[in-house]
Design a protein around this ligand. Sequence first.
Ligand code: NAP
Ligand code: ZN
Ligand code: ZN
Length: 348
Amino acid sequence: MSSVKAYAAINSSSPLVPLQIQRRSLKEHDVQVEILYCGVCHSDIHTARDEWGGAVYPLVPGHEIVGIVKAIGSSVSHFKVGQTVGVGVMVDSCRVCKNCNNDYEQYCEEGMTGTYNALERDGSGNRTMGGYSAEIVTDEKYVLRVDAKENLAGVAPLLCAGITTYSPLKFADVKPGTKVAVVGLGGLGHMAVKFAVAFGAEVTVISTSPSKVAEAGKLGAHHFILAKDPSALQSHASSFDVVLDAISADHDYTQYLNLLALNGKLLVVGLPEHQPKVSPFALVKNRRSIIGSMIGGIKETQEMLDFCNEKKIYAEIETIPVSYINDAYARMIKGDIKYRFVIDMSTL
Ligand code: NAP
Ligand code: ZN
Ligand code: ZN
């Protein structure tokens, strides 16, 4: 066991505070990673504040991790000391079910093991602790290769925001000619724009923030609709093939379903606290469907990282010291970030 520095939520309402935590001794397939950067996902806030239920404190959030391999277990074959690696949202799964065997570990029939606030599968009763910490110890099967040689802080958010938007856009076969709208231009939303543009789609941003008009264009989006203007939304009724919903706050799906053309798909990745309303009339019109999607499997996450490395795709980030984390949460809730906070872990 080693004792490492971390930042933790100690209950659902107090600010996060520094905390010393234990990392397990290396098992034969474990990789010990010194964390350089950790992105700040809205799921960290939902969990730290127990908006989804099930939070167990102290709770160390963080699942957009980039770091350097510091040590390896005796049987590790895919990584070596000194290599740059990533750890995302998942650190384990059952490894034997149908979904695990088909590279869909995120949909493990027993439930995947999250990088934080999950019970370890080793029977120890220990809970996983995330990336707002100096180090993490993870089985090599759930560690990703990071080949990028620059902007490693901009790579970190790919481990969640990146794969969570890449995977459903691929599943929906977004390609040249596809008309895509991205709703909610935050950490996930801005990556969805970058990927949809990279796949050749015609991309529209739908945002509640007038301040993001110019920025959306810089990300490569072709059009912008202000979500607070119902007439603007109505004028685009039945006009998109795909709408990707990355909104973190409670909202109804119906107004976004109405934007879909024949066979259009609403790709839901946002996970607000309360359940949205859906009008069956909006659903049956144009034979629309709602498709949920959770991160991506390890194989697809590696594919996404390699794609980003080849195309030089990074997240747009604001790098922060770890002591700024509570201010960062407050700003994210106000939508005041373009587009992802990333903690520089050398400040811990
Ligand atoms: P984020 O950076 O905070 O962005 C959320 C965006 O939602 C904001 O930038 C804002 O965009 C929009 N928004 C916020 N409040 C709104 C409101 N009241 N009405 C309408 N729009 C609002 O969050 P994130 O990290 O991208 O995460 C987004 C959601 O995805 C969270 O719920 C998170 O838990 C979830 N998530 C899911 C998965 C998965 O596997 N499915 C993975 C990671 C995260 P505008 O300013 O453009 O309106
Ligand atoms: Zn996340
Ligand atoms: Zn499984």
